[in-house]
Design a protein around this ligand. Structure first.
Ligand code: ADP
Ligand code: MG
Length: 604
């Protein structure tokens, strides 16, 4: 091993920069936070090539004194705290004194600044962390920082950047979150000189939400206001009708800081648990004001996470606040609680909520007629040959439901058995007899599987159906960028989309057999997919997500009553599918209880 040395400033700054400056959006975050701390009312963000070639953040804040300017670029130089004692009650966004030196270490940076009572401004240029020039300069009060050629001297980091369009959309997403965190500040973002985002800075969260999500979505959000034990919780909570498939639309703000905090997000989701179908996430903007000594903001180099001192208590409070807001606005349908009671009584059989719906299977019956794909059985039913085990040998676990195996779940090559539907068990099961026992089929999962494979089989000849009236899609900046980048796949799938102006698009057509009224939900599911996958998205997966989404929305629901003919048709269609035993999400569609299991259970 070599001897231990203290690293030189250049190397140390580069190491620190690696933690703080991950990509262009992290530079934007640090610069905007500095502007907010400087008391800015208006912040303008200009980026080029997704921020990889130029990022400029200008504010009308307090400015930096000329004699402090050089100091601002030294590590651990800050005007926001003076000692560890201050760490316990931080009221500013910055406090580490690391952002400016870190950004300056990996870019070519120019800062122009003027305090409100100075006659002229000052401009400094820093390259790779070293000050190369400083001179007086004419400037309006406030500060403007321009970061050029980010990562020019760290080629390895530069290589990990995504496409300029993706980096730009990440910057846009970040600005949206900051605008939601501080509705009192006016944000203007431009990319390549074009306006991409603007928030008025009116101080009203509803206005900021409209700027970010569009008026249609903002209208579906309910204000929340709750104070207890010195903790103020406010924000906007989305009605269940505007749920999303990822957490991308949950924004958490703690003491004015946009952060991630797992226990609080979990509490938000818990509040929606009974209101949203499985896998759906709410749209929520939640702002918590907590006495600074009750949280630790110094747990993450980019200050993206905070730790709450009384996590459990805070989570419970958040959940209660959300439930109260959702309940007072009568979002929780009374029918839901009524059904709940019915099930609780234990004696009342679950009932179907809807009348018989056979028509949707009539097509299936026809298309499958004469095309029996059910394999010939090789073994004859084996009920009599089952050797009953003496009581003593029966292990406890055999009674614990171990026998109800997902039929063919482990082995997808198992042929689908010939099944005779016997009855429907409300609210969503089909009971069917097979040669080796009783089969229980989840009608929704089974129908999903059928529709999913049918859609994929026809995907290369995808047809569009025109909508009677266009559906307006108000997107946020990131979504608009994602859509533009992938418009070809949408078109190939059968969507007809037209640019209306700004981040607004018109949906004029959808793939054929599209469930009416679900246009937006399914469209946004697809955008969420791109948001999550970024550059890793693939055409195959895109069609898969679309097929699964269409299948789920079109499939018979729990509570729908089916006739025997409809059940027969469904089972016949299912038997012809490549993976009939699971739904497109991988959950079992069919389970079986063999005659052997029954014999054992009845102790025969
Ligand atoms: P921190 O924000 O943690 O204090 P930074 O490295 O981000 O550290 O900034 C160092 C100092 O530079 C800040 O403490 C602040 O005094 C000054 N500063 C940075 N940006 C601005 C700005 N936009 N307006 C006024 N002062 C600024
Ligand atoms: Mg800072």
């Amino acid at each position: 091993m070599a001897r231990i040395i203290v690293l030189d400033k250049y190397t140390a700054d580069q190491i620190a920069a690696g933690e703080v400056v991950e990509r262009p959006s992290s530079v934007v975050k640090e610069l905007v936070e500095n502007a907010i701390d400087a008391g800015a009312r208006r912040i303008a963000i200009d980026i080029e090539d997704g921020g990889l070639s130029v990022i400029t953040v200008s504010d009308d804040g307090c400015g930096i004194e000329e004699e402090d300017l050089e100091l601002a670029f030294q590590r651990h130089a800050t005007s926001k705290i003076t000692s560890t004692g201050d760490l316990a009650c931080i009221c500013t966004l910055g406090f580490r004194g690391e952002a400016l030196p870190s950004i300056a270490a990996v870019s070519k940076l120019t800062v122009t600044t003027r305090t409100h009572d100075a006659m002229t401004g000052t401009q400094a240029q820093i390259e790779g962390g070293a000050l190369v020039a400083m001179a007086p300069a004419g400037a309006p009060p406030g500060t403007s920082v321009t970061v050029k050629e980010l990562f020019y001297n760290t080629p390895a980091r530069r290589k990990t950047m995504k496409s300029p369009a993706t980096e730009a959309s990440l910057c846009g997403e970040l600005i949206s979150r900051l605008a939601l965190a501080r509705p009192d500040i006016r944000y203007e973002m431009r990319a390549k000189g074009r306006d991409v985002f603007y928030s008025a800075g009116s101080g009203r969260l509803a206005d900021a939400a409209t700027a970010v999500y569009g008026a249609a979505m903002a209208r579906e959000m309910i204000p929340l206001d709750f104070t207890e034990e010195g903790i103020a919780i406010s924000g906007l909570v989305g009605k269940p009708s505007i749920s999303r498939s990822t957490r991308s639309h949950i924004t958490l703000v703690i003491n004015g800081r946009y952060v991630r905090c797992t226990p609080v997000t979990a509490a938000v989701e818990a509040a929606y648990q009974t209101l949203l179908p499985q896998g759906r996430k709410p749209v929520v903007i939640l702002s918590l004001d907590i006495p600074p000594e009750r949280l630790d903001v110094n747990v993450h180099p980019a200050k993206l996470e905070v730790r709450l001192l009384e996590e459990g208590k805070m989570a419970a409070l958040v959940k209660r606040a959300l439930l109260e807001a959702l309940r007072t606005k009568a979002i929780i349908p009374s029918a839901a609680s009524a059904t709940h009671r019915k099930y609780q009584s234990g004696l009342v059989m679950p009932q179907f909520d809807t009348p018989i719906r056979q028509e949707r299977f009539s097509g299936l019956v026809q298309s499958q007629s004469g095309a029996q794909i059910i394999p010939e059985s090789k073994n004859s039913p084996d009920v009599t040959s089952t050797t009953p085990q003496p009581y003593g040998q029966l292990s406890e676990s055999r009674f614990a439901g171990a026998e109800e195996e997902p039929a063919g779940y482990d082995n997808q090559a198992v042929p689908f058995p010939e099944l005779q539907p016997l009855a429907q068990l409300p609210p969503l099961y089909i009971l069917a007899a097979g040669e080796d026992g009783l089969y229980i089929i989840d009608q929704h999962a089974a129908h999903e599987r059928v529709l999913y494979e049918d859609f994929l089989a026809g995907q290369n000849s995808a047809q569009s159906q025109c909508l009677l009236g266009p559906v307006t899609l108000e997107l946020d900046y990131r979504e608009a960028a994602l859509l533009t980048e992938r418009i070809l796949w949408f078109t190939e799938a059968g969507f007809i989309i037209e640019h209306f102006g700004g981040n607004t698009f018109l949906l004029r057509g959808v793939p054929s057999r599209f469930p009416a009224g679900q246009e937006k939900t399914i469209f946004f599911d697809l955008l969420d997919y791109f948001r999550e996958k970024g550059n890793d998205s693939s055409r195959t997966e895109f069609f898969d997500v679309l097929a699964a989404s269409l299948a789920c929305k079109n499939a018979v629901k729990s509570g729908e009553k089916l006739t025997l003919t409809a059940m027969e048709a469904l089972l016949r269609s299912l038997s012809g599918k490549a993976n009939p035993f699971t739904c497109p999400h991988g959950r079992p569609a069919v389970i079986k209880i063999t005659y052997r299991d029954l014999a054992t259970r009845f102790k025969r």
